[in-house]
Design a protein. Structure first.
Length: 405
């Protein structure tokens, strides 16, 4: 009898895994690569994981608090909030020009003000992600100058010390991202997405301008220097490609290894412009999710959007529809759209925009999470207990611990 009693929970677990393939991944040991990661950094990682388990994903916006269509540096302003009544769950920020000790980044955002907005979003419970369009070390040109440079900034290379000095600047910036009381100022967790869109040919670190061995060496040095030398333990590291991969092998061609990456992501603008491209987008999502689940990583769509939102129902009829199209592909942690610079270059509707009503419907969808939904996102979550329904019955979805819309 004892033998049969032991078999019953095992059989129930096997049934759960059969009915919901992501369940086995969801209950496995998914942890950040930094064994000394701060408690709040670990909490973000675990809460991203649990969002996926609940069938939900965080919505994010680049430069959301800094400016929008028709305004700049206005306290409390946000085009996202102005349309749907809530801030985004993820705030994207850019560090280009930090390497030159300039006051403003390449999109004219003041770095000191940026620190304030990062702290503001964090205090409300939002998640922070950072990218960095570093200028070309070999020529002094922009990130889009594709002159080969990676091999020159590796250890032993002629420009390695310059690269290290820029990582020192990054460490100073990140170390200043703290919040809390006077005597208990905690480091704010960030998702760092270095050398992004690496499979594209438009950046000096991209495919065609370096080789996998050199790229992997650059990535591993960057992580080890920031983590082990600069003692930064509030960073989750996001590996990021463009949408131009067809297979898992192509996506992983420059992959630094499981010990060096927390989040697997890709950027996709082009595929969501045509019906044929939408099918490829769904395949890309599914591929990244499958790789992430097999390697105990967090999958994400790090950049997307339609410039100008020329199709008013784009958010529900294109983005939401295609994320939800595949039962595997929809298991992502977050989606970030690009910035609202002006009436031509914007990716989120603003008040009076033809797509505002559709964005409100997108906000109301049960799968999307905005800032008010992130209750206690910086606290370690309680494990989700598997719920096993009788064979043939519908499996209930665990209730979201955040505020329901």
């Amino acid at each position: 009898m004892r033998h049969n009693a032991l078999l019953r929970p095992i059989s129930a677990w096997l049934l759960l895994c059969f009915l919901f393939p992501g369940a086995a991944w969801a209950q496995s040991a998914v942890v950040p690569i930094d064994k000394n990661a701060t408690k709040r950094t670990k909490a973000v990682f675990l809460n991203l994981q649990q969002s996926i388990q609940r069938g939900k994903w965080l919505f994010g916006h680049q430069d959301d608090l800094a400016y929008g269509v028709g305004w700049k540096e206005k306290p409390g302003a946000s085009d996202v909030k102005a349309v749907c009544g809530d801030f985004p769950a993820v705030y994207g920020w850019e560090l280009g020009n930090l390497e030159h000790d300039m006051a403003y980044n390449l999109d004219s955002v003041n770095f000191d003000r940026m620190k304030g907005w990062i702290k503001e979003g964090y205090r409300r419970g939002g998640v922070i992600t950072i990218s960095w369009h570093m200028d070309n070390y070999a020529t002094g040109g922009s990130a889009w100058d594709t002159t080969a440079a990676v091999h020159k900034i590796l250890p032993g290379g002629p420009l390695h010390e310059r690269f290290k000095a820029d990582l020192d600047r990054f460490a100073v910036f990140v170390n200043d991202l703290r919040a809390g009381g006077l005597f208990n100022r905690r480091q704010i967790p960030i998702i760092f997405r270095p050398f992004h869109e690496l499979s594209g040919s438009w950046f000096w670190w991209g495919k065609g301008h370096t080789n996998p061995d050199d790229f992997i060496a650059l990535w591993r040095f960057t992580v080890s220097y920031l983590r082990d030398v600069k003692d930064l333990h509030n960073i989750l590291y996001a590996y990021n490609t463009s949408e131009n991969f067809k297979t898992a092998d192509e996506f992983l061609q420059f992959y630094p290894g499981d010990a060096w990456v927390d989040i697997l992501s890709f950027d996709d603008y082009g595929n969501l412009m045509t019906p044929e491209g939408e099918l490829q987008f769904q395949k890309c999502l599914k591929t990244v999710v499958e790789i992430a689940e097999a390697r105990n990583k967090i999958p994400a769509l790090a950049e997307t959007g339609l410039e100008g939102i020329k199709r008013p129902d784009w958010y529900t009829a294109v983005l939401l529809k295609n994320i939800q199209a595949d039962p595997v592909g929809k298991r992502i942690a977050y989606v970030v759209v690009w910035r609202n610079a002006n009436r031509k270059h914007h990716y989120v509707p603003y008040p009076g925009h033809p797509g505002a009503a559709d964005f409100q419907a997108f906000y109301q969808d049960d799968s999307t999470l905005f800032e008010q939904d992130l209750r206690r996102f910086y606290k370690k979550p309680k494990p989700i207990k598997p719920v096993v329904a009788p064979l043939g019955a519908k499996m209930p979805m665990p209730q979201n611990s955040g505020t329901e819309k």
